[in-house]
Design a binder for this molecule. Structure first.
Ligand code: NAD
Length: 291
């Protein structure tokens, strides 16, 4: 370990702590007969989709959340998919709803996400929920963005007035991350594929969040000494010997010598995102209580 080596933010350990507190709050709701119940919709079964859904079931059941998977055939019509989401929205036994992506080509994700009751929208993907974040009345915020904020806040470093740079501007990751950072009063720069001279931006960052989906995009040169670096990227790469490995968008070994804090991949944003899905599911159930 070098003299200046960064503190590694242990997302897996933080997620575990988070889950313990979620479990306690779930138990309290369950005692009043209001156990949170998440229904996930999977259209068209793939091995990856099934694997992800199984892990999700395990994660829910570990904290006492009831989990149901509703599988639809891959040739499901837009109308049938919308009808299922609407029926879940009005079903009082269902407190949370999520739609697995990707969808088959005949189905439009955004259109279907609109059909999910904003209060039951545990992924925070209904446009209404993004809107509430913009207006400062957050109901349910997107999971990955929440995970990023919690990881930054775990360092104890304040976001207020900090230079925050986000690389990647997708609807699922970069844009919501930039929104939540703005809400916490950081000065935010949002970079994307058309950004000229990426390095000139990232080098100014006190907090650098990378969500581009490109292995090795961020090297030591891109990082200011003492920065907090949060790596959202998940990339499967093939090594020289033919074996496969999961890496982020940040050159971890190089950047850890320069940053003050860094998240690993795997074991950083990934497990925290799962914890935030559980936290949102709990929040949905609590919000429904007050309705
Ligand atoms: P996306 O492809 O939808 O968006 C990528 C964004 O990065 C775009 O805005 C694009 O302009 C930008 N970008 C791409 N290459 C760039 C470059 N060379 N320089 C600057 N900007 C560049 O991807 P996404 O769905 O937002 O996901 C991004 C990454 O984050 C992926 O690796 C994905 O697997 C990962 N991800 C992880 C989690 C998690 O929970 N850990 C959640 C969501 C996404």
């Amino acid at each position: 370990m070098g003299l200046m080596s960064a503190t590694i933010i242990d997302g897996a350990a933080l997620a575990e702590r988070e889950k313990q507190s979620i479990h306690q709050r779930v138990n309290r709701l369950a005692e009043c007969g209001r156990r949170p119940a998440l229904t996930a919709v999977l259209v068209g079964s793939t091995p990856a989709g099934e694997l992800y859904a199984n892990r999700q079931r395990q994660a829910c059941e570990n904290v006492g959340i009831k989990y149901e998977l509703r599988k639809l055939p891959s040739d499901t019509s837009p109308r049938a998919a919308a009808e299922l989401l609407q029926s879940l929205t009005v079903d009082p036994a269902v407190t949370g709803i999520m739609l697995h992506l990707p969808l088959p080509p005949q189905l439009d994700a955004t259109e279907l996400q609109y059909k999910i009751d904003p209060v039951k929208d545990v992924e925070g993907v209904n446009p209404a929920n993004i809107g509430y974040v913009v207006y400062g009345h957050t109901l349910i915020a997107p999971c990955t963005a929440l995970a990023v904020i919690e990881l930054i806040e775990s360092t104890g470093v304040s976001l207020r007035g900090a230079e925050a740079v986000v690389v990647g501007a997708s609807e699922i990751a970069g844009k919501p991350i930039a929104l939540l950072l703005t809400q916490r009063l950081a000065t935010v720069t949002l970079c994307h594929i058309e950004t000229r001279d990426l390095k000139s931006h990232t080098r100014r960052a006190d907090v650098l969040v990378v969500a581009a989906g490109k292995a090795g995009l961020i090297g030591a040169d891109h990082v200011k000494a003492g920065a907090i670096v949060i790596d959202v990227g998940i990339n499967r790469i093939t090594l020289a010997d033919g074996s496969k490995k999961t890496v982020g968008d940040v050159d971890f070994e190089a950047v850890r010598e320069k940053a003050a804090y860094i998240t690993p991949v795997p074991g950083g944003v990934g497990p925290m995102t799962v914890a935030m899905l559980l936290k949102n599911t709990l929040r949905s159930a609590e919000l429904l209580e007050r309705r």
